[in-house]
Design a protein around this ligand. Sequence first.
Ligand code: NAD
Ligand code: MG
Length: 402
Amino acid sequence: MRSISIFGVTGSIGEQTVDLLRRAGGARAFRVVALTGGRNIARLAEIARDLQAEIAVCADPADLASLRNLLSGSGVASAAGPQAIAEAADRPADWVMSAIVGAAGLVPGFRALRHGRTLALANKESLVTAGPLLMAEADRHGARILPVDSEHSAIFQALAGEDITAVERIILTASGGALRDWPLEALAAATVKEALAHPNWAMGQRITIDSASMFNKALEVIETREYFGVTPDQIEVIIHPESLIHSMVGFRDGAIMAHMGAPDMRHSIGYALNWPERQELPVARLDLAQIATLTFRAPDLARYPALRLAREVMARRGLAGAAFNAAKEVALDHFLSGGIGFMDMSGIVEDTLTALDPEMGGSNLPEALEDVLGMDHLARDRAGEIARRRARITAQITARSR
Ligand code: NAD
Ligand code: MG
């Protein structure tokens, strides 16, 4: 029986992973080891009971007593806190899903690799902040990383049986997010609710806002470089509003391999779960005659400063990815809580990168995870200051215009 752990089981990717496990027989077909969640402990306990997990771990120690209560009599052990989540990754499991959102997913993924596990990686932040370290850790321990992000799963599948040196370009598709047809001048006033109305994909709240700002695509450009080892100028982004082509690989001979399918994350999760085989998956089949047309357009960089910033991050290298991701997370928090405008997010990230430039270690690659975590903390502090200053200015302007 295959043993499985899921980090971030109560999230969008986590729940879809659970759905696939259940359809494949659940606790009868898999030995479920560790399941971790954030604040939704009722749901964490429910899944842990259903899949008869060895242990359920929640993020906040203040929730431990309630979690224990919810699990009493189930035989599922419980624990809480970041340390306990990291330790859960030490429990032997053949296949580990890394689906915590944000930099909090970094340490458990690393710990799982250390034991030579197969890591299904949804947490793109791991590659953006610590790509070279993560790939080296996998090599060192003979572990395998399978991409779960739909674009990277598509590229991975298009590359099957190919030689990476024959690749000329990688073309990432982007839906353009909820605000893609808004006039540029209107974007500054976009609300959280408006940015959450994603046209094609149902995802977690944070990644949905990141789709509207294209910070998600910016992270994915960096993720592509780190995962596939191509150069930044080999990576292109194209807006493809239908989201049916999940990404493309262009080869030396001019051929382009495109991966198509319904926009359903269970495809890439299931591909990673069943790899190297393919098994039936509960995703809609495309009716091409019904679809009839696929459209593409170049992204406007004035609309999406995040794409320009991703290029700068790749040119800087060093700890720039860690600073970029942390500043983005802080800016997103401030947008979600209503203190700043939609376009302020990229401004905050850009100002943070400029402020921290001397701290980024030039083009030297990070040597240890501690360096990455150190930059993550520093960038969070700095981005917080910058965001609060922006929020004050925004509040003053609003007051004056009343
Ligand atoms: P989500 O917000 O729906 O779920 C995140 C999970 O992480 C939840 O279980 C939450 O409780 C847990 N969590 C949050 N903060 C935590 C913390 N500090 N410590 C421990 N656990 C914490 O997010 P999601 O949309 O499922 O995304 C998960 C990851 O997958 C992200 O890195 C995202 O970029 C990536 N991803 C998601 C999708 C998608 O369709 N949702 C697609 C591609 C990539
Ligand atoms: Mg994606």
